[in-house]
Write a protein that binds this ligand. Structure first.
Ligand code: NAI
Ligand code: 15L
Length: 263
């Protein structure tokens, strides 16, 4: 029988991309967002409008589903007051609701959880997180929440540290950070289908020759990337010195106040 998957953030860029692709693979979908779904509903899909910050609504949303792909929330750098509603409070409501029926959560984390590493550094998922702002900090919280929920309650989650999920790379940074749409689909399906995942952290990145990111739990969940940004090289590198220095790019440069003397 088809599995019922909850997909949050479904009215956003990646949600609109994944909803029809998951439906085409035979999943039944409960789609949700704080704003209406702008497209035709795929086959075997329903839409439920809900605010992640509304605990009761999230408990009802999760009930009866078999796994959750969590894309919903603030997806760019914003002041802390705006980030906490969906990305801290809402995320916690979702994990708490999933504890009851033990739905596995596939969480859209972000490279901005490690955005303050320099571009010359190669990283493993176990390297200390270095968020490049309040948005990245909220993703670091999500990964640690998943860790605690597995250690304390056995709730499984797969944390996908997405780089730049775009139809094609458009700047030099993306030659390292690009996640193709097809690889995103492969990754999410692998995370849904893996027999067991425990608490897994996977780089959400294609098989880019220039990737900065290695040593993750991709093999454990059966994700094998197929695309490579290199076919689009060379690309221009826009931005100031801070943007060009750090892996998080322009997010690292927002409100950056250190001077050369501090460094
Ligand atoms: P998006 O901003 O297009 O979509 C996010 C969706 O979440 C929106 O439709 C928005 O209405 C919804 N949302 C916001 N606050 C909400 C709330 N309080 N309650 C319910 N829904 C709410 O973002 P995009 O690009 O589709 O990304 C999806 C996820 O993947 C996000 O969590 C983002 O942080 C993460 N991600 C995306 C990357 C990318 O390259 N697109 C890179 C790294 C991470
Ligand atoms: C993200 O986390 C954002 O959601 C997305 O809009 C991109 O900016 C991406 O990171 C990136 O770093 O390219």
């Amino acid at each position: 029988m088809a599995r019922l998957i909850l997909l949050t953030g479904t009215s956003g860029t990646l949600g609109r991309l994944l909803a029809p692709r998951l439906a085409a693979r035979g999943y039944h979908l409960r789609l949700s967002d704080i704003v209406p779904f702008p497209d035709d509903l795929p086959e075997h899909a329903e839409f439920v409008q809900a605010d992640l910050a509304d605990q009761l609504a999230i408990q009802q949303l999760v009930r009866g589903t078999e796994a959750i792909v969590h894309l919903g929330g603030i997806s760019v750098e914003k002041p802390f007051a705006e980030v906490i509603e969906a990305n801290i409070l809402g995320l916690t409501h979702l994990f708490e609701a999933a504890r009851i029926q033990r739905q596995r959560i596939i969480f859209a984390s972000s490279n901005h959880a490690i955005g303050f590493y320099e571009r010359s550094e190669k990283l493993a998922v176990n390297d200390p997180m270095r968020p490049d702002g309040y948005y990245g900090l909220s993703k670091a919280y999500g990964e640690l929440l998943g860790r605690m929920m597995f250690d304390k309650h056995g709730l499984e989650s797969v944390h996908v540290r997405i780089g730049s999920c775009l139809p094609r790379p458009t700047e030099a940074r993306h030659l390292a950070t690009w996640l193709s749409h097809d690889d995103l689909e492969r990754l999410v399906v692998a995370a849904l289908e893996a027999e067991s995942t425990g608490h897994a952290v996977v780089w959400g990145v294609s098989a880019n020759q220039r990737s900065w990111w290695h040593d993750d739990d991709a093999a454990r969940i059966g994700y094998v990337a197929e695309d490579d940004a290199e076919q689009f090289a060379p690309l221009p590198e826009p931005g100031d010195d801070v943007t060009r220095r750090f892996q998080g790019g322009s997010f690292a440069a927002i409100d950056y106040t250190r001077s050369e003397v501090d460094q």
